[in-house]
Write a protein that binds this ligand. Sequence first.
Ligand code: 5GP
Length: 200
Amino acid sequence: MFILSSPSGAGKTTISRMLLDRDGEINLSVSATTRPKRPGEVDGKHYHFVDQAEFDRMVEADEFYEWATVFGHCYGTPKAQIRSGLKEGRDYLFDIDWQGTQQLYQKDQQDVVRVFILPPSLDELQRRLTGRGTDSPEVIQARMERARAEISHWDGYDYVVVNDEVEACYDQVLAILHAERMKRARQTGLIGFVRGLMKD
Ligand code: 5GP
């Protein structure tokens, strides 16, 4: 479970898309959310867009690994889609906030890798949020305030990467993913392989 968190505008979505496009082995965990769809977003691909009643039903039915309220909307990780994949040893990318990260870590410390992406400065963050052109000035202001709060949780992560330049940031995130995959405990089948080596 490879978690990428950052204040919005720090480049996490771009980095996530690059990972999904270029690394054939990682799958996106598609969250459910009550927030309205943004232009260009596709239901079932970027999020499962649900109404509050459906979200509440899913919470009641214990269908989420974790869920949290972010910017006044509910977001949650549905268990169904990733449960079988995780059992088969597949890798999943989670684009979730610090609250969700804490919940996943508490449930499953060994399988979780937590990466936090920081913007090079708050000025640059504001510039990126404005340039995106999808949110009103009030929403951007709220996101800037939220960004400061989100940044304060940087110490709850295993890795911290500053996104000065997107390709360099991506290379660093990829290096983390590759190194974590090589951890002895994650290499299933290694015991049999090494036994075979020792017999020869
Ligand atoms: P946005 O509305 O910009 O897509 O996402 C807002 C925030 O919600 C981002 O920080 C994103 O990482 C977080 N988020 C998205 N999906 C989930 C989820 O399933 N669980 C949690 N805890 N946070 C999420």
